[in-house]
Structures are given as structure tokens and as C-alpha cells.
Design a protein around this ligand. Structure first.
Ligand SMILES: N[C@@H](CCC(=O)N[C@@H](CS)C(=O)NCC(=O)O)C(=O)O
Length: 290
């Protein structure tokens, strides 16, 4: 133990100046901070998101459905800048009372149905269109096992490891060590399963793969937290094989660009309202960056 260990007071108080990458938006209370309606485009589905690992699960699913020729899955994707507190606008809070991206409205119903939590969005669309969720009870259950595994496990990667390794204002050995151990254990869980199985639910690509790839695939590709060497991600050969297989799918390549505001300009499509946006608007970004 070091000299600067913390003794919690009897009652926790909100210190708005606590620092760290998200200190400006973190609050101990829910609900809206300001009035702001959400925009609504012309398509049946309206997505409100940002291209974080949670956000791209939804846009990957839409692009996969469209790639199958399902025109009814057309969508508008609007940008929600979470570092600017746009998730606390009244319209967004109506779509997701938890103020987290991604959120979605299905306007094929009157009134429109709200869908929040990335896992709920994936399941809703899979059931609505009868795709990427096996009907056989064994394969369907295995899909759900891994879908729910992702929802329960990724907070240890993002909120635990990622927060203390990359975002916290100071580095402390205890939390980094604890969460590095847990993330390596999780990677080993995935690696052992993928040694036996092509995809998470067997030989069919499913919503479980779409949920897990943006977190654990991005981690083993060194795309999040700059932690590839620290976690020795090259050891997880089966996760590497599966990631390469998924990441090269054209629909995945499109989905990860939607609502992206960071990284290479040619990979940023801030809003998506039409399939041709990928050709024109990302190209504009490339030109602007020259
Ligand atoms: N369990 C949620 C997690 C969503 C989530 O944590 N979203 C983050 C971005 S990756 C967010 O919106 N953060 C804004 C905030 O915390 O205020 C899901 O899977 O949809």
C-alpha cells in the first residue's frame, strides 16, 4: 500500500472536479439536462449513436441486413456527441432513459417503438427480420449465451481495464492489475471457444459475433486503449483468426464507419442517410484532409 490510499468519508459527495477523460459528462443523476428534440429522417429506422464499440454493433447489423437485400432495413444514423453531453437532451432521454448510445426508434409502429441497449437492438432486429439468429433451439441458445456474455463482460474491459489503463487521470497498479487479469481471462474464454467453433454460435455468423467483435476484436487488433503489447494479444490466435474473418466483411467495414468522428478521415461517415453516403461523404473527408 502507498501513502496516498484513500479513506472514504461516511457519505460520498459529488466532486465535479474529479478529472479524467469523461469528468465533464459524468454525473450521479439521470434525466435530461436540456430540451432538444431528436431529428427524424425518411427511413423506417432512426439510429442515434456514435462509432464506439457499443455504437457500431447497431450499424453493423443494419449494414448486414441491407447486404442481404432487405430494403425494409433502411435507416438514418444521426450523430450523438457524448463528450458534448448530447445524450442528455430531452429527445435522447425519451429514446433511452439511460442516456447511453446506441438508441433507436422503429417508425414502422405508431407510436414509434424505442429500443435501447445494443443487445436489445441486435435482438429486436434479428427477430424482426428473421436473420442472424438461428431458429434451432440449441444454436439460438448458444447465440443468446454469447450475446449476454458480451453484455456482462465488456464493462470489465471498457469501464474497468480501459478506464484505469487509458482514461484515468493517474495510473494505479491495483485496478490496472485487477482488470488486466480479468480481460486476459476473458480473452482466453473466447480463444478456447473459437478453437472449437468457427463463429460464436457454431458455423453460422450471428448477432453474438456482431456484439463481441467491436470490443474484443478491436482489442486484439490493437485498435482500443493502445494495449496490444501490454495484454500480449497476439497469444489469442483463435480470436485473431475470427476477428480477421469478421472484420473483412464488407457490411462490417461499412458499419464501423457510421457516426465515426475520429481516426482516419476516409473512415468517418458522421451521418448516414443513404447507401451512397459511403461513396460520396467519406470521399469528401478524404479530399478535405489533403
Ligand atoms: N450497455 C450499453 C452500454 C452503452 C454505453 O456505455 N455507451 C457509452 C458509449 S460506448 C455512452 O453512451 N456513454 C455516454 C455516457 O456515459 O454519458 C449498451 O450495450 O448499449
Amino acid at each position: 500500500m502507498t501513502d496516498d490510499t484513500y479513506t472514504p468519508p461516511r457519505v460520498w459527495k459529488w466532486d465535479a472536479e474529479s478529472g479524467g477523460a469523461f469528468s465533464q459528462i459524468n454525473r450521479p443523476i439521470a434525466g435530461p439536462t436540456h430540451e432538444k428534440e431528436l431529428p427524424v429522417g425518411e427511413h423506417p429506422f432512426q439510429v442515434y449513436s456514435l462509432a464506439t464499440p457499443n455504437g457500431v454493433k447497431a450499424t453493423i447489423m443494419f449494414e448486414e441486413l441491407l447486404a442481404k437485400g432487405i430494403k425494409e432495413a433502411e435507416y438514418d444514423a444521426w450523430l450523438i456527441r457524448i463528450t458534448e453531453g448530447e445524450q442528455f437532451g430531452s429527445g435522447f432521454v425519451n429514446a433511452n432513459p439511460n442516456s447511453k448510445i446506441p438508441a433507436m426508434m422503429d417508425h414502422t409502429h405508431t407510436p414509434a417503438v424505442r429500443v435501447f441497449e445494443s443487445g436489445s437492438i441486435l435482438l429486436y432486429l434479428a427477430e424482426k427480420f428473421g436473420e442472424f439468429l438461428p431458429t434451432d433451439i440449441v444454436a439460438r441458445t448458444e447465440t443468446m449465451n454469447w450475446l449476454f456474455w458480451q453484455m456482462g463482460s465488456a464493462p470489465f474491459l471498457g469501464g474497468g481495464f480501459g478506464h484505469f489503463y487509458a482514461y484515468a487521470p493517474e495510473k494505479f497498479e491495483y485496478p490496472i492489475d485487477r482488470y488486466a487479469m480479468e480481460v486476459k481471462r476473458q480473452l482466453d474464454v473466447l480463444d478456447r471457444h473459437l478453437a472449437e467453433s468457427e463463429y460464436f454460435a457454431g458455423d453460422e455468423y450471428s448477432i453474438a459475433d456482431m456484439a463481441i467483435m467491436p470490443w474484443y476484436g478491436s482489442l486484439v487488433m490493437g485498435m482500443i486503449y493502445d494495449a496490444a503489447e501490454f495484454l500480449q494479444v497476439q497469444e489469442y490466435k483463435n480470436v485473431q483468426r475470427w476477428t480477421a474473418q469478421i472484420y473483412t466483411r464488407p457490411a462490417v467495414q461499412r458499419g464501423v464507419k457510421v457516426n465515426r468522428t475520429f481516426g482516419a478521415p476516409e473512415n468517418q461517415l458522421r451521418e448516414r442517410h443513404d447507401a451512397t453516403d459511403f461513396d460520396t461523404k467519406t470521399q469528401d473527408k478524404l479530399e478535405a484532409a489533403k
